[in-house]
Write a new protein. Sequence first.
Length: 191
Amino acid sequence: MPILLDLFLTFAKIGLFTFGGGYAMISLIENICVEDKKWITHDEMMNVAIIAESTPGPIAINCATYVGYKKHRILGAVVATVGMVLPSFVIIFAISKFMESFLEIAWIANAFQGIKIAVGILIVDAAVKMMKKMKKKPFQIFMVACSTVAMMVISIFNLNISSMLIMLLAAIVGIMVVVVKDQVRKENIEQ
């Protein structure tokens, strides 16, 4: 199959069958693009997820754009992005025409309740996979633990704190650790 068609169909399938947004899609993107098709490595997927989270736009679309670019440059990026977006756009457009009556159907309302649980499981699955592949250094484990606790506290107490603030604080702490380590290394060399 030509790579452009494969990119489009792959990301259209991910976009069509994934509910819950970008975080839920990360697990599927990793399964398909890393394990099945071997378009990118596990390390690249971790980096893509981190960069895609910190850049404007939905994380899954940013991931699709990166993978498409990696496989076939600009045209690949466009094709993968359109493949990711098109199914959701068509479905949401169709649902918007019948939204009020759509959610009144009992089995559809129940299906959405079940989907919420599945989305949570997909998000946890993606996080666990990334943590398993993460280099197990004390600082990284500390940052994962602190971020997890912070997000749980924010959720439990329904605090209005953006996850971007936590990411910014983690970045600042990471930079400070690198600067301190570099300073200590320089002092050890001078002695």
